[in-house]
Design a protein around this ligand. Structure first.
Ligand code: AMP
Length: 119
């Protein structure tokens, strides 16, 4: 299914729920996390409704590649300091035991000066 009408992140992509947008193109959407753990904390999501990393297949390889190559560019734009003194953390929680709360695939990008609230 490309969009899940009950999914909060699909609603964010559709503009039905407000967000602080960081980036958008035809495939991806990025926005600030509502409860940041770090000075910089945003999420990159595919517009396509993929529930989790457990649902990913070979057909998603280029989409995931786009997310992972976009992350370092947006991290710097959003205020993460340059590698190696700076840097960032990329996290994708998957399933209940993986700590996933929103079931639309998303990559957390966190960074900025320590200490962080969490992580
Ligand atoms: P996870 O636990 O990996 O599923 O992370 C879900 C993340 O989505 C959490 O860090 C939440 O703070 C964030 N979140 C939930 N609702 C919103 C929202 N409306 N806008 C921005 N971030 C959100």
């Amino acid at each position: 299914m490309s969009v899940d009408a009950n999914c909060i992140f699909c609603k964010i992509v559709a503009g039905q729920i407000p967000s602080r947008k960081v980036f958008e193109d035809e495939d991806l959407f990025a926005f600030h996390d509502i409860a940041p753990w770090a000075p910089v904390h945003f999420l990159i999501i595919p517009k396509l409704h993929i529930p989790s990393m457990a649902h990913v297949g070979a057909e998603h390889a280029s989409l995931l590649g786009k997310i992972m190559t976009l992350a370092p560019q947006l991290a710097l734009e959003q205020g993460c300091n340059p590698y190696p003194q700076g840097g960032f953390r990329i996290v994708t929680n998957t399933g209940a035991e993986g700590g996933q709360e929103v079931h639309h695939l998303h990559v957390h990008v966190m960074g900025g000066p320590r200490p962080w609230l969490r992580g």
